[in-house]
Design a protein around this ligand. Structure first.
Ligand code: NAP
Length: 267
């Protein structure tokens, strides 16, 4: 038979102790969780991937250019922080906000297609060389190539604090050099080729050997960027698979380019 506390005061003290140790325990449990940071998490694939991680036992940090408007993200992410990947000040502010904290998984997802939305039928004309602008090329590079490079640089101290850090570049098959590219999209395609190259350099950098770097192409999905044709992938389904890919990553995968379904892609 359980012995009961000898006085009401002792009972209260015991309850307080139990509460404190429960609070400490849940604080410890929260600290022990794997932290994943996803850029461009307020809509599209970033939002769908955040949902997948939030449904698992992860601490999810989603970034958005306008956190105030990221209603759906705020409902399920543990934290929503502001980030414009083209701005050094914004990257520095993010690094400052996370100073001293561990980031185990960084998913560089934020992306920009260019002034026309997405690849696909009917969009070829606007992507021809004769109508291409310097701004389109540079803007795509700023978001899709320089963005992930400098976000990764800014969060290196946080990543290197992790026991098993992983950096994922959400890339695209449209960056594959051998792939037929009739639909143009110069800026987008070459910016995805460039981030794959940058990822490969990071993966070979001995000072970063602790970290696993990969590119993952998510497949053609129904999002603002991908369009809404019914034969496109459902972001919830493809991002469930991307989450599994990320969980499965080992150093054997380092420096390689993967499709969301687990097949390896050529450069
Ligand atoms: N959907 C596809 O079929 C497909 C196929 C291959 C690869 N991808 C890649 O998958 C990733 C996500 O694509 P998606 O389809 O989800 O695109 P999306 O629906 O157009 O969403 C793009 C996301 O990136 C953010 N973003 C854009 N510029 C940014 C900047 N300067 N700083 C921070 N965030 C910025 C957007 O934020 P705002 O809301 O503030 O604009 C938004 O959250 C991209 O890298 C894309 O290239 C997509």
């Amino acid at each position: 038979m359980k012995s009961s506390p000898s006085s009401p005061l002792a009972g209260v003290l015991l309850s307080l102790l139990a509460l404190a140790s429960f609070a400490l325990g849940s604080e410890e449990a929260e600290k022990a969780k794997t932290t994943v940071l996803i850029t461009g998490a307020n809509r599209g694939l970033g939002l769908a991937l955040s949902k997948q991680f939030a449904a698992g036992d992860y601490h999810v940090i989603g970034t958005a250019r306008s956190p105030g408007k990221a209603t759906e993200l705020k409902e399920m992410a543990d934290e929503v922080l502001p980030l414009d990947v083209t701005s050094d000040e914004s990257i520095q502010a993010l690094a400052e906000a996370l100073k001293g904290r561990t980031v185990d998984i960084l998913v560089n997802n934020a992306g920009y297609f260019g002034p026309t939305k997405g690849l696909g039928p009917g969009r070829e004309k606007s992507a021809q060389l004769k109508s291409l602008t310097r701004a389109e090329v540079l803007d795509c590079f700023a978001v899709n190539s320089a963005g992930p490079i400098f976000v990764t640089q800014g969060l290196l101290p946080n990543l290197l604090q992790s026991e098993h850090p992983k950096v994922v570049m959400i890339s695209s098959r449209s960056g594959i050099i051998n792939k037929d590219s009739a639909s143009g999209a110069y800026g987008y395609r070459i910016s995805k080729t460039a981030i794959n190259r940058a990822m490969k350099i990071m993966a070979s950098d001995k000072s970063l050997a602790k970290c696993i770097f990969v590119s993952i192409a998510p497949g053609h999905n129904q999002t603002d960027m991908g369009g809404n044709r019914p034969n496109l992938l459902d972001p919830d389904e493809s991002m469930a698979m991307v989450k599994t890919r990320i969980e499965e990553l080992t150093h054997q995968h380092n420096g390689r380019f993967w499709y969301y379904d687990g097949t390896e892609l050529p450069w």
